[in-house]
Write a protein that binds this ligand. Structure first.
Ligand code: UD1
Length: 307
């Protein structure tokens, strides 16, 4: 089995690469290391790695043509909402134009592939207060990041319907786990909390902690993606989440018990544009046969033990 992962040196992509290598796949990674790190790739000797941007079209075309990939995972992205607000044009190029360019090349050149997966985001649902969010819920993208994720998400669907390309999208909710970089203030909240617990630093909590999220451990995300590319038969969209709604305050309480440390909290005003409640309807994913293996407590324990 030959697999291409763009963004394979990033948080989610590197876990996926590791899992596929363990299953005996021949893995090729394209990553420009703008956010990813070489040290994230656990099996460097067993993968083919190219330090390239997905916007290097000449390179991508050559790779797609000679690669003979069974499965393609498009995970490379400008992954931060805040970054996308600072760099809307670059975000557009990386997060949607590069996807369209590859899809169009695959179509024009009649490249055979079993399934192409694109990593969309829960961000497409925006701040709609109605929960849980199903794949058919209202779409209200509020940032360049969300707009481009939705654009590529729809191109994937259109290339499936119009040109019969075997596409599929996943909309990630709040993914957490080892290797998530805590360096930016816009990193996932659990990587920031972990860092604060390890270093005894003050955690800045935006709001009162009653905001809710649907957290899913990265190993579950990887299993879900592999199941989706292997089992889905239509160009559809899957929410990838746990289906559990937890407040930030609850999560902190559970984590403090596991770490046996107290988090020092600095309460600040809510972040502009922060979503109050977020939880996914995951029935479509469950109908495919996926069952989450990681409760929040188990995932946090594994995360804590990895640092
Ligand atoms: C997440 C995604 C984002 C996506 C959105 C869609 C990440 C990093 N971001 O944003 O790409 O658009 O889901 O729903 O996964 N918080 C603090 N202190 C901090 C950091 C965060 O209190 O230092 C709070 C935030 O204000 C928020 C919650 O924690 O209420 C979760 O924040 P974060 O992990 O950044 O994710 P989302 O905002 O849900």
């Amino acid at each position: 089995m030959k697999v291409l992962i763009t963004g394979g040196a990033g948080f989610i992509g590197s876990h996926l690469a590791h899992s596929l290598v363990k299953r005996g796949a021949e893995v090729t990674i394209v990553d420009d290391l703008s956010m990813g790190r070489l040290s994230n790739i656990a099996d460097m000797a067993q993968v083919t790695f190219y330090q390239r941007s997905v916007c290097d079209y000449e390179f991508m075309h050559g790779l797609l043509k000679r690669g003979k990939f069974d499965y393609i995972y498009f995970l490379a992205a400008i992954a931060s909402v805040a970054d996308s607000i600072k760099r809307p044009w670059e975000t557009h190029q990386v997060n949607s134009e590069a996807i369209l360019n590859s899809l169009e090349f695959i179509r024009r050149e009649h490249i055979k592939v079993k399934r192409i997966l694109f990593s969309s985001s829960a961000a497409v649902y925006g701040d709609d207060l109605q929960v849980p969010k199903g794949e058919g819920s209202a779409i209200r993208p509020l940032s360049p990041y969300a707009i481009d994720k939705f654009l590529a998400d729809r191109y994937m669907a259109a290339y499936g319907k119009l040109y019969h390309l075997p596409t599929v999208c996943v909309r990630f909710f709040n993914v957490y786990g080892p290797k998530q970089n805590p360096q930016s203030p816009y990193s996932g909240v659990l990587s920031i909390i972990t860092n604060c617990l390890v270093k005894g630093r003050q955690f800045k909590l935006y709001g009162d902690g009653t905001q809710t999220r649907d957290f899913i451990f990265v190993e579950d995300v990887v299993r879900a993606m592999i199941m989706i590319v292997e089992k889905s038969t239509a160009s559809t969209v899957f929410n990838v989440a746990n289906g559990q709604e937890n407040s930030l305050a609850e999560v902190i309480q559970v984590y403090e018990k596991i770490a046996r440390r107290t988090l020092k909290i600095d309460y600040l005003a809510p972040r502009a544009g922060d979503i109050k409640r977020s939880v996914a309807d995951v029935s479509r994913l469950n109908d495919l046969g996926f069952k989450s293996r990681w409760t929040l407590a188990a995932g946090l324990e594994a995360y804590w033990n990895s640092v």
